[in-house]
Structures are given as structure tokens and as C-alpha cells.
Design a protein around this ligand. Structure first.
Ligand code: ADP
Ligand code: MG
Length: 231
């Protein structure tokens, strides 16, 4: 069995609908969707050791089946620059998680490379009761949340469809580069859309997928957070 099937089977066996970030990112990796490098730490010492291995700065995040929106729970700390900062953040994240939900099960704390800031894009998928797996594309933050500047296509999509999704948003000129915003690697974004289409077609039990945000660079792109929800 491949990694994706194993992860989904395991979650179903445990009665979990939301996959952990570690699981969602392992699935992304199997589908050639680029993600930030990460390691799951179980102690503050281990977190510091992993941070040394990954190189600074790093980001620490809570990994819990009971915490889906990690920053709402004070579960994300970015731009940590030393062993001491990492160990301190480790303790704070666990403390915040307990405050947020005393009974939350904790799988550990994820140590990951910090992706340099850039233009943020979002790739999503939702299983529509009528149309089946449907893909969404937009720019991060206010563009999606307030302006609803997004495009949709029913999966599976072709490369041409993916291209239309990217060029079809109103904010597309920003992706082409504008004043001090450098151009984004459109091909890298199109590839992520195509890989996501394949993933949700292969696994109809995925009811929601959210790659949010993806940092789009002049060369390449990197998924910083991945969420997958099962039916
Ligand atoms: P959640 O959506 O569950 O609150 P995220 O993993 O998306 O948690 O983290 C919240 C925010 O922190 C992200 O939107 C991003 O701005 C920043 N962030 C998280 N991980 C990284 C990373 N590896 N590199 C850079 N920024 C990150
Ligand atoms: Mg997120």
C-alpha cells in the first residue's frame, strides 16, 4: 500500500476526520506537492536538535487531532532563531494548547523550516454533493477572505484548465509582478493544481483539502500549511 492509503486508513481506523499537518504534508510529498521540511519533536530538547538540523530560522507548530486551526490556539510560533528561542517556544505552545483545550491530545510539536515571506496563494478542494471534487485557486489573505477573488474548476483538470484558474483571478497582475512584488513562478502553481487534482480524484474519501498558504517564489513554490478532511 502506498503512503497516502496507509495514512488515510489509519485515520479512519482511529475515527479521525481531520488529518494532522504531518500526515497531510506526507501525502503532499507523495503527490509531488512541495512542502516545507519538517520533523515532529516530542521534547523541547528534541525540538532544538531538529532546529539545528533544519537550519534557522524555524517555525514551531502544535500537532493535535483536537486543534484544527493552530494559530487560534496560540499554536504557531514563527521566526525562531536559536536553540534557546526554540525551547522557550516549545513550552509556550504546549501551555497555550492546554489553555485552549485542556483535554486536547498532543502528538508533538512540529519543527519546520521557515519559508521566506512572498506572495501567498491558496489551493483548495471541496467535494461538492452535485459536481464531486472541485478545485479552488486564489491569492492568500484578504483576496480570498474579503474579496472572494477565486476561481473554481471541477476535477479532474487539464493543464489548460489549471492555467485558466491562475490567470482567471482579478489579482492575476500581482502574480505577474507589480512594482516591488516580483513575478511568481506560474508553472510551479499550475503543477500544484494538477497534483492536487490527481490526489482528490485518487481519493474520493477526501472531502476537503486546503493548502493555505503556499508561498509563491520567482522560482518554485512551497506549501507552508496543509489541511485534509475526510468524509
Ligand atoms: P493555521 O492555519 O492552522 O492557523 P498555519 O500553519 O497556516 O496554521 O500557520 C499560521 C501562519 O503562520 C501561516 O499562515 C503563515 O503565515 C505562518 N507560517 C506557518 N508555517 C510557516 C512556515 N513554515 N514558514 C513561514 N511561515 C509560516
Ligand atoms: Mg493555515
Amino acid at each position: 500500500m502506498n503512503e497516502t492509503s496507509k495514512i488515510i486508513c489509519q485515520a479512519q481506523k482511529e475515527g479521525r476526520k481531520a488529518l494532522l499537518e504531518t500526515e497531510a504534508k506526507a501525502i503532499c510529498m507523495e503527490y509531488a506537492i512541495p512542502v516545507t521540511k519538517f520533523k515532529l519533536a516530542k521534547t523541547a530538547g528534541e525540538a532544538a536538535e531538529f532546529a539545528d538540523q533544519l537550519g534557522y530560522p524555524v517555525v514551531l507548530k502544535i500537532v493535535s487531532p483536537d486543534i484544527i486551526h493552530k494559530s487560534d490556539a496560540g499554536g504557531v510560533m514563527v521566526n525562531l532563531k536559536s536553540q534557546a528561542e526554540v525551547q522557550d517556544a516549545y513550552g509556550k505552545i504546549l501551555e497555550n494548547a492546554k489553555k485552549y483545550k485542556a483535554t486536547a491530545k498532543i502528538a508533538g510539536v512540529l519543527v519546520q523550516e521557515m519559508a521566506p515571506p512572498s506572495t501567498e496563494v491558496i489551493v483548495g478542494a471541496i467535494k461538492d454533493p452535485q459536481f464531486g471534487q472541485t478545485l479552488m485557486f486564489g491569492l492568500g489573505g484578504v483576496f480570498v477572505e474579503i474579496l472572494k477573488d477565486v476561481t473554481f474548476r471541477i476535477a479532474p483538470i487539464t493543464r489548460g484548465d489549471a492555467e485558466e484558474m491562475v490567470t482567471g483571478i482579478k489579482a492575476y497582475p500581482l502574480l505577474k509582478g507589480y512594482r516591488n512584488t516580483p513575478p511568481s513562478d506560474i508553472d510551479a502553481i499550475i503543477n500544484i493544481l494538477l497534483c492536487t487534482s490527481k490526489l482528490v480524484m485518487d481519493y474520493p474519501e477526501i472531502s476537503e483539502l486546503d493548502l493555505n498558504p503556499i508561498m509563491a517564489y520567482e522560482k518554485g513554490a512551497k506549501t507552508v500549511d496543509a489541511r485534509i478532511i475526510l468524509e
